[in-house]
Unconditional design. Structure first.
Length: 375
């Protein structure tokens, strides 16, 4: 189908289906809110010793632009008070209802997976997951959660996965890509095995917390560098998991790269395939080209969408990546929020648009039965 045909077809079709938003960031109404979900011992620990993470700025986000006062939509502050995305009623009013969100996937940005005290990390992840249920999932049937796990504490991560896997309100396992070691290392494989066993994708969100900086050289001077480097973390995790053989070992493992962009993927696949052709003897455990694993095991969310100077170049990106690899996300309530009707600066064919904004996520996160029940 040529570009002109795609434009005409897209212009004549008005979507009647819902949207799946794969990146919503719920917030605490106040800093003490999470503590209420912790056992007394860890409430006291948090009060007396605080959080110790790889973040060099204790008690704050590494860049002011990431804080609730600066990194949010100006209209996202709830009338009832509290930071953006901390009030369910206002989230329903501003996001779920007007954008016809059929399902919204929560991506909590909290430090439970990255604290140095691993026992405390277990407690924090359990508290975050309990908080998701109590404040969001039990009250709004359109929302779905992510199982937060302490990935550096594999035993604790497996325990939390087993605790939540049967609860269909959780549809993925959240792991930050900036781990202590490259994501493909075998120390993390038990988590991937559990994810594949339960049919839960691994969701890696590039921003906010992690054990490492987003760049190989360390923390950057400016937020603009940090924001750009979201794609670095995604690429590093992806290449490690491919070449270490995680997808070869666990063919059913599914990886979702969240908020890392996607324009970098085609040249990365070209380069991986070229190097594999030349040096495949170093990785004999791979039975096929690296790009083939991307095509069978990897998905990406759309926000932040790269916007080339010539908008039509997006057609090339979609053709190279394939619409089946992309899933729509708003990144609500952050300042670079994407609206489903305006995110793509080129018209999409009705088939590609529906795949990206709804059907890919419905299939990947096994939401078909619930979607049919609502129809």
């Amino acid at each position: 189908m040529n570009e002109m045909t795609m434009e005409r077809q897209a212009e004549t079709v008005s979507p009647t289906y819902g949207v799946v938003d794969c990146d919503i960031h719920p917030a605490f109404s106040e800093r003490s809110e999470l503590a209420r979900y912790l056992p007394a011992r860890w409430q006291e620990h948090l009060r007396d010793f605080g959080l110790r993470t790889g973040n060099p700025f204790a008690g704050s986000m590494p860049y002011p632009r990431l804080t609730p006062g600066n990194g949010m939509r100006r209209d996202a502050w709830p009338p009832s008070g509290g930071p953006p995305a901390s009030d369910l009623a206002f989230l329903q009013e501003q996001l779920l209802d007007p954008l016809n969100i059929e399902f919204g996937l929560l991506q909590p940005l909290a430090a439970g997976s990255s604290v140095f005290n691993q026992q405390f990390g277990r407690a924090l992840c359990t508290a975050i997951n309990d908080w998701q249920i109590d404040k969001w999932l039990s009250k709004e049937p359109r929302l779905r959660g992510a199982i937060c796990v302490p990935q550096e504490d594999v035993e604790g991560a497996l325990a939390e996965i087993e605790r939540r896997a049967s609860d269909r309100r959780f549809v993925q396992i959240a792991i930050p890509p900036r781990a202590l070691e490259p994501a493909g290392r075998q120390r993390y494989w038990p988590i991937y095995e559990a994810a594949a066993h339960h049919g839960l994708p691994i969701g890696m969100h590039s921003a906010a917390y992690g054990s490492r900086a987003n760049t190989g050289a360390g923390w950057t001077s400016f937020y603009i560098e940090e924001h750009y480097a979201f794609s670095n973390a995604a690429q590093t995790a992806l290449t490690s998991m491919i070449f270490e053989g995680a997808f070869e070992r666990y063919p059913g493992l599914k990886l979702v790269l969240v908020e890392g962009g996607f324009a970098w993927l085609p040249p990365l696949m070209w380069r991986m395939d070229r190097e594999w052709t030349r040096m495949r003897n170093e990785v004999p455990h791979l039975t096929r080209a690296p790009s083939s694993y991307v095509g069978s095991n990897v998905w990406l969310t759309t926000q932040p969408i790269e916007e080339p100077e010539n908008n039509r170049h997006l057609y090339d990106l979609l053709r190279w990546i394939g619409a089946g690899r992309l899933m729509f996300s708003t990144d609500y309530p952050h300042w670079d929020f994407d609206h489903p009707e305006h995110a793509f600066k080129v018209p999409l064919s009705p088939q590609d648009r529906r795949a990206i904004v709804r059907d890919n996520a419905i299939s990947l996160f096994r939401l078909n039965a619930e979607a049919k029940a609502r129809a």
